[in-house]
Design a binder for this molecule. Structure first.
Ligand code: 7RM
Length: 633
């Protein structure tokens, strides 16, 4: 088991060790795992190339570190407690032994369908146990999983399948989300019309709804599992061989296939999970994220299971059937650590106090927050009403690309401060750079958040596009990993994340590229161009504001056109990418070199109609006046 920090001086000691001797520090953590062959060299790196390798020539399988390492002591302990969408439906509990059997069975199914080490398997499932089983079965045989969030559209699914060249798709007939049913097989069928690489589709039965089946291509999960054996030898993986791809949004339209590797990701997620949440044997831990995002990968599945934890997985949404649902789950399973997003906290806070009264939340010891900046009001509500003033809040800053938590309090060890992610974890070396790339050494400064030294959990490349990896993270400031976030550091050396400084917006903790939304809007035949920016939103953190130029206003009028834009965005990306506000404008403010001046559009979206800074490069300043006039009307 990885070492655990339990005191402030222990933190200082470990942190200093991790900086002065990172190799020794990470060797010590990595040595607590089971390796077929120990690594020969701990780290090779060059941020200019860029190239990063950890635990070089080490051989392992991450599922042996989840199962074989724990079975003897913890075979009968729950690994996953699955809570269904409908509270009337019984929960499902998988002990480590039971989960192990299912994973082995499905690994054998994958093999019987021709999946081998290195093949990509796309997973488009709701939050059901089969999702965890599939991911781990892929890892067992060295296949690379690529989970696609079940809220994505057919178009978005197809794009991800094609980019990864997936040979297989695992999906379900449908999924339950609150009162809604999502039609996963139907959407999959639509996506697969443009996916040549997929040979086999395996379908989990969840809703029992009517679906179409393609003979020879589609198989029911249950039929294949019936006769599968419970023994499947783990494929021996090199530390640097890919474990999974997960797509995330960047500042251009095309999603980025972030690649994580077996060795470093394993060491990093387990270490950060145990320390940040102060997990102890026997605790029940509940992360309310969706496994379709990195938080679910690292902190529902891999981190907790590597540490032999009991991880609660929830199929539904926080407000169904009532806004008490999370709190009821916490009471039902006597949850000790709870991890969610500021958006969820704000939306539950807005439902009023009555939903938390009379619920027993005494089991809670640690509260976590992730995905976006948490505002003071939400922080205090979470602290006072959910934690009853006695649970530390760990405001965890990290990214899909970092694999695991980077800047965060260690629960009960690092004193918290509302809205601050506080201090870097051991092994993380943040720096703040000014716009010219100078390191700002003083304590109290604000600037671009970069990391100057590699950590084991970092993404190694973007699938099939190493150039873009370099462009995105290592070019803006040479020799540094650039996070895309702005940050402020205070007199205590505490970090407060200010949010994205690139063309990425964060809506309810979902990362969206403004360019991908613009591309979707521009598909509409009546629209010539558009510009999308974020604006402050009381619940979602950021809302989406679209400025749209249309060639001809249709007879049906603006409202109809707005509706059809929303429909198009849902269809091309996902309902989560639908603009909150659409403003039709005659033209967009552009510089003489043809660039849209987003700075101005952001200001207007925030409700600010003056002090736009230097506008001397605008081709036509009256465009701005027209837009403001439009808002006021
Ligand atoms: C884990 C995750 C990453 C972006 C990141 C930030 C923002 C995440 C926090 C945060 C303020 C936090 N991965 N972000 N955590 N901002 N405080 N604690 O969310 O790849 O989907 O998004 O999210 O802007 O760059 S992600």
């Amino acid at each position: 088991m990885v070492p655990k920090i339990t005191t402030p001086s222990g933190y200082l000691h470990e942190y200093q060790k991790s900086v002065s001797n990172p190799i020794g520090f990470w060797n010590n953590v990595a040595d607590t795992f089971y390796w077929h062959k120990r690594w020969e060299k701990t780290l090779e790196w060059d941020f200019k190339k860029p190239e990063v390798k950890w635990f070089i020539n080490g051989k392992l399988n991450i599922t042996e570190n989840i199962f074989e390492r724990h079975l003897f002591l913890r075979g009968d302990q729950p690994a996953i407690i699955w809570e269904p969408n409908d509270p009337e439906e019984p929960e499902k509990v998988y002990t480590y032994k039971e989960l192990y059997d299912e994973v082995n069975k499905f690994a054998n199914v994958l093999k019987s369908k021709g999946i081998k080490k290195g093949d990509r398997v796309a997973i488009y499932l709701p939050m059901v146990p089969e999702l965890v089983i599939t991911m781990l079965a892929c890892a067992r045989i060295g296949a690379i999983h690529s989970v696609v969030f079940a809220g994505f559209s057919a178009n978005a699914l197809a794009e991800r399948i094609n980019d990864a060249g997936a040979k297989m798709l695992i999906t379900a007939d449908g999924g339950f989300r609150g009162e809604k049913i999502i039609e996963l097989k139907k959407t999959s069928d639509e996506a697969l019309e443009s996916c040549e690489s997929v040979e086999t589709v395996i379908v989990v039965k969840r809703t029992g709804q009517e679906i179409s089946f393609e003979e020879g291509r589609d198989f029911w999960w249950d039929n294949l599992m019936k006769d599968a054996g419970t023994e499947c030898k783990a494929e021996v993986m090199d530390s640097e061989e890919p474990l999974f791809i997960l797509y995330t949004s960047g500042s251009t339209g095309k999603p980025k296939g972030v690649v994580h590797t077996s060795g470093g990701y394993m060491v990093y997620t387990a270490y950060t999970f145990k320390n940040v949440f102060q997990y102890s044997n026997g605790d029940v831990y509940f992360c309310a994220a969706d496994i379709g995002w990195i938080t679910g990968h690292s902190y529902i599945v891999y981190g907790p299971l590597l540490e032999g934890a009991t991880s609660v997985m929830f199929e539904g949404i926080p407000t169904y059937p009532t806004p008490k649902r999370y709190w009821e789950i916490i009471d039902k399973y006597q949850v000790n650590q709870f991890y969610t997003s500021p958006t969820a906290i704000r939306s539950l806070m807005a439902k009023g106090q009555k939903w938390v009264e009379y619920i027993n939340l005494k089991s809670l010891r640690v509260l976590g927050s992730v995905g976006e900046p948490i505002n003071e009001e939400a922080w205090h509500w979470y602290h006072d009403h959910i934690g009853n003033g006695r649970c530390p809040i760990v405001d965890t800053w990290w990214q899909t690309e970092t694999g695991g938590i980077m800047i965060s309090p260690i629960a009960g060890v690092i004193p918290t401060k509302p809205t601050f992610a506080t201090l870097p974890l051991p092994g993380v070396q943040p720096v703040i750079l000014d716009n010219d790339g100078n390191v700002m050494c003083q304590k109290s400064v604000e600037g671009n958040l970069c990391i100057k030294f590699p950590w084991p959990g970092m993404a190694r490349t973007l699938w099939g596009d190493h150039d873009r990896y370099k462009q995105s993270y290592f070019s803006r400031f040479e020799g540094y990993y650039f996070t895309g976030d702005g940050v402020k550091r205070d007199e205590d050396g505490y970090y407060r994340i200010l949010g994205r400084i690139d063309d990425v917006i964060n809506v309810s903790g979902h990362r969206l590229g403004t360019a991908e939304i613009e591309n979707a809007i521009n598909e509409h035949p009546l629209i010539s161009e558009s510009a999308v920016v974020g604006f402050p939103h009381p619940i979602k953190g950021q809302g989406i504001y679209a400025y749209v130029v249309c060639t001809d206003m249709p007879d049906a009028g603006e409202e109809e056109l707005k509706k059809s834009i929303l429909k198009a965005v849902s269809k091309i990306i996902s309902p989560i990418a639908k603009p909150d506000k659409i403003q039709f404008v005659k033209a967009l403010p552009k510089t003489r070199s043809g660039k849209i001046m987003r700075r101005i559009l952001r200001k207007i979206a925030e409700g600010e109609y003056s002090s736009f800074g230097d506008t001397s490069t605008l081709t036509d300043p009256t465009v701005v006046d027209d837009i403001i006039k439009g808002v006021k009307e």
